[in-house]
Write a protein that binds this ligand. Structure first.
Ligand code: ADP
Ligand code: MG
Length: 325
């Protein structure tokens, strides 16, 4: 449905997006995941026709969109920070995009009511957007993007400004909405949870280029590059006898000194440098003995060791992925 070919976007001397290839099929949800400054917003703006492109092409159904103006591209765009009009009420914000399409007034109103109901904002039509909570504003922005019935919906950090409980709820709602509408979605975010929860495919970007693209399970289980591994919170190490490898923190275990006596399993000794509590586990940073590498170890059920303790580590093979880059 959407195809981005060799796309580059330049700001002055720097390329914010560099030779990027990406496609989104009908009904598919593709999440672009990357740190702040990696070119995510620029990518969406270029696809929307809001940013001049230095090289490459954006195609919809095989047709180059170079000469198609932004509001004729059949795209819905929910901007980062929502970009609502503060002086308009809720329905005024939602209707705005429809007026651009020169629909008759009664159809504009009917459609605006319909999409507001779709996002759970029945009865909010005349409220000022200044009086809304962050979650409600997010829904108004979503309704505005959905109003012209786009075939491709582009969402820039849709859950970015919300607190955690609200994010989880809205992520679930978004997933149901995407299924119900059967719309293609290109979502960009810096948040792993958001990308992995919502995407049929996840593309990890770094400095304007795609480092890896695949299903959430593929990317999560087999990071392809050092950047992807580190960005997902894996260790990258040369010290575990498998060459340069990525190791998931919860594939490392602290074992008692005597448990493995007589087995062939390798273990590594180290000293605990730091420990921190993370929602449902402790993350312990261990400096390996005889080198200058550290490894992060996730501890879910056991009592975590104390800073300064000497510990022995074992690794589960299925959480260790050799890196080729
Ligand atoms: P992200 O959305 O992933 O945080 P952006 O696409 O906003 O990243 O930015 C990518 C890079 O381009 C950054 O280095 C940013 O500073 C730069 N950039 C973004 N917009 C502009 C602009 N209008 N003028 C100059 N540089 C920009
Ligand atoms: Mg951005």
């Amino acid at each position: 449905m959407l195809e981005v070919r060799g796309l580059s976007v330049r700001y002055g001397d720097a390329l914010a997006v560099e030779g990027l290839d990406l496609s989104v099929a009908d009904d598919e949800v593709v999440c672009v995941l990357g740190p702040s400054g990696s070119g995510k917003t620029t990518l969406l703006r270029a696809i929307a026709g809001l940013e001049p492109i230095a090289a490459g092409a954006v195609l919809r159904d095989g047709v180059d969109l170079a000469d198609v103006s932004p509001h004729r591209r059949g795209l819905g765009f929910m901007f980062q920070e929502h970009a609502l009009f503060p002086h308009r009420d809720v329905i005024g914000n939602v209707a705005f995009g429809l007026r651009m399409h020169r629909l008759p007034k009664d159809q504009v109103t009917a459609r605006a009511h319909e999409v507001l109901a779709l996002v759970g904002l029945d009865g909010f039509e005349r409220r000022s957007v200044r009086e809304l909570s962050g979650g409600e504003r997010q829904r108004v922005a979503l309704a505005r993007a959905l109003a012209p019935e786009p075939r491709l919906l582009m969402l820039d950090e849709p859950l970015g400004a919300l607190d955690r409980a609200l994010r989880d709820d809205l992520a679930r709602e978004l997933r149901h909405l995407f299924e119900r509408l059967g719309v293609a979605v290109l979502l960009v975010t810096h948040d792993h949870d958001e990308a992995f929860a919502l995407g049929d495919r996840v593309a990890v970007v770094h400095a304007g280029r795609i480092e890896q693209i695949g299903t959430p399970a593929d990317v999560w289980r087999r990071p392809a590059t050092e950047f992807v591994a580190r960005f997902l919170g894996w260790n990258v190490t040369d010290s575990l006898g498998a060459g340069r490898a990525a190791v998931r923190p919860d594939a490392l275990r602290i074992v008692a000194n005597d448990t493995l006596a007589g087995t062939l399993t390798s273990t590594w000794e180290g000293t605990v440098l730091e420990r921190a509590f993370h929602r449902d586990h402790f993350l312990v940073r261990v400096a390996l003995s005889g080198g200058n590498e550290t490894l992060d170890v996730a501890i879910h059920d056991a009592e975590p060791p104390t800073i300064g303790d000497t510990v022995r580590l074992a690794v589960d093979a299925d959480g260790l992925v050799p890196l080729l880059d």
